[in-house]
Design a protein around this ligand. Sequence first.
Ligand SMILES: Nc1ncnc2c1ncn2[C@@H]1O[C@H](COP(=O)(O)OP(=O)(O)O)[C@@H](O)[C@H]1O
Ligand SMILES: [Mg+2]
Length: 252
Amino acid sequence: MSFFQADNLSINFGGIKAVDGVSFTVPKGQVFTIIGPNGAGKTTIFNLVSRIYEPTQGRLVFEGNDITRVPPHQIAALGIARTFQNIELFEHATLLENLLLARHAHKKSGFFAELFFLPSVRRMEVEHREAVERVIDFLDLQQYRDSLIVNLPYGVRKVTELARALCTDPKLLLLDEPSSGLNVEETEDMAFWIQDIRSLLGITVLMVEHDMKLVSAVSDQVLALNYGRPLAMGSPREVQTHPEVVRAYLGG
Ligand SMILES: Nc1ncnc2c1ncn2[C@@H]1O[C@H](COP(=O)(O)OP(=O)(O)O)[C@@H](O)[C@H]1O
Ligand SMILES: [Mg+2]
């Protein structure tokens, strides 16, 4: 049984095949990266996996279950979390509040239990706070926990976005361009965080990324796309030197 699998995934937008017959398998515990020029269909694949878009064709399988028709609000409960290419945090709330909100949104205790603040709810609340504090410690965000997001430097917000996703206890983490907007040093730090998430937390990562240094540093396997179609798949080195991939980047 494969951990995560996309089978012949396709979606059309008014005649444009944004994703066209894409298949790949992500083994548990690995980092699998999708690369490709702008408009290749990378973010669209993430929107298909997180069930925001309906595929025109194809199948998604997670831990042996067909999740092709699972509604988007149930995806997080299954253990799939994502970060966004453009950071999506509550700017006028603190870092801690953002993480608690993310945690609560995915770990519900039930309306009546919450209304009467039953012991089970109190216990859950302690668990939520402990889980969030663990993530803050793990990503070294202690000094920013009470800062409003709007006052944080971009690089810290980017790590906070990662923290927000980790607070839902994902088994599969989707990272959409984790290095976008970061400088060289921040990108190197991001590579370390991704490696730690994989090796210390055992979380499987599906990533979209354009920084080839980051891709090579963290990826077990790479899939290159162009115009929604797969060009090459293999180790970072194999894919980067593949003639079709070189042509797509130079000729694009
Ligand atoms: N909701 C949408 N409606 C129409 N076209 C879309 C939509 N989402 C993506 N597309 C188109 O699909 C193609 C792939 O986009 P995208 O997945 O965002 O590319 P990228 O690889 O840069 O992330 C582009 O041509 C884009 O314009
Ligand atoms: Mg994109």
